[in-house]
Every structure is written in C-alpha cells, then in structure tokens.
Design a protein around this ligand. Structure first.
Ligand code: ATP
Ligand code: MG
Length: 157
C-alpha cells in the first residue's frame, strides 16, 4: 500500500495520523536512504502522540526518549551500527516494553527485531526534490489493520 507526499509538511501530517493511532508496544521501522524523510516522518509521529518538544535526529546518541506524550516514544537511528555493536544496547528492553519504538536504519539490528512490526519505506523522486513515495509493509494482523486505518484517514484529509 503506497502513496505520495508532495512536501515535508505532508510527510509530517501522515506521521501524525500514524502517531495518533499507535499503541504501547508498537514497533515501526523506517527504511530509506539518507535524507529520504525518516526523521521528518518521526516528527509527525511525535506530534500525533502529543509530544511538543522538538524531535532531533538520534544519529549520534543512537536512541532518544520522549516521555511526555500519551505513551513513551523511543526513536532510534542505528546508522552508526553498520559495523555491529547493537548487542550492547539492551534493545530487547525497548522492544518488549510499553513504549512505542521507531527505528531508522533497522537493517543494522536485524537479529534483534521482534517478530512483527510495521515497515514503512520512503523513497525520493528523481524528478522532484520535494516528492516522496511512502510504502507501508505491515507484518501480522495488528499492523495490517493499523495500515488500513492510517491510509484511509490520510486519503480523507
Ligand atoms: N516530501 C518530503 N517528505 C519528507 N521530507 C522532505 C520532503 N520533501 C523534502 N524533504 C526534506 O528532506 C529532508 C529529509 O531529511 P530527514 O532528516 O527527515 O531524512 P532521514 O531519512 O531521517 O535521513 P538520515 O538517514 O540521514 O537520518 C528534510 O530536509 C525535509 O525537509
Ligand atoms: Mg534521520
């Protein structure tokens, strides 16, 4: 299931719809190249969870926590784990907990991921700097239902 956003604001809006529907324990993997819009999308998720504090990229800290929303938000950027080292982070505590986990560059922690999650792929349009194609790839019933709810809410906007 895929759609296009014409600018960063639309990507934030889509993220906000997802954020408003996420439940404790949910895991969302954001795939896409550098600058595809993963962190931009996460800003919307945070907004949908009622988090007012600005969301900054966790590129150097690896994990940023936001406790002031409806549920805790854990935003991970695993880019720096290209050469391993994830086993020292205690990631299963985040995945098994009651917060919401958003992961950029999850391919570098593949062996630590839970059985089910929602993968969202963002790709740039070679012909249009501000356009993104965003594809939802849910595993399991819960994430399939979540995807249907998000996409129908976005299209009715
Ligand atoms: N349609 C769009 N959706 C999302 N971002 C867009 C869009 N159009 C332009 N942009 C811009 O592209 C950039 C995306 O940067 P962002 O930090 O979100 O990417 P990222 O995927 O998190 O990259 P990284 O892998 O480096 O963390 C931002 O500057 C944003 O304003
Ligand atoms: Mg990012």
């Amino acid at each position: 299931m895929d759609l296009q956003t014409k600018n960063a604001t639309a990507t934030v809006q889509l993220g906000e719809i997802l954020g408003s529907k996420l439940k404790p324990g949910d895991v969302v993997l954001l795939d896409g190249d550098l600058g595809a819009g993963k962190t931009t999308f996460t800003k919307g998720i945070a907004r949908g969870l009622g988090i007012k504090r600005p969301v900054k990229s966790p590129t150097f800290t690896l994990i940023r926590e936001y406790q002031e929303g409806r549920y805790p938000l854990y935003h991970m950027d695993m880019y720096r784990l290209e050469n391993g080292g994830s086993d020292e982070l205690g990631l299963e505590e985040y995945f098994d907990g009651q917060g919401i986990v958003i992961v950029e560059w999850s391919q570098f922690i593949q062996s630590e991921l839970p059985a089910e999650f929602l993968t969202i792929k963002l790709t740039k349009d070679p012909a249009d700097d501000a356009q993104r194609t965003i594809i939802f790839e849910p595993t399991g019933t819960h994430y399939q239902q979540l995807t249907t709810a998000v996409l129908s809410a976005f299209h009715h906007d």
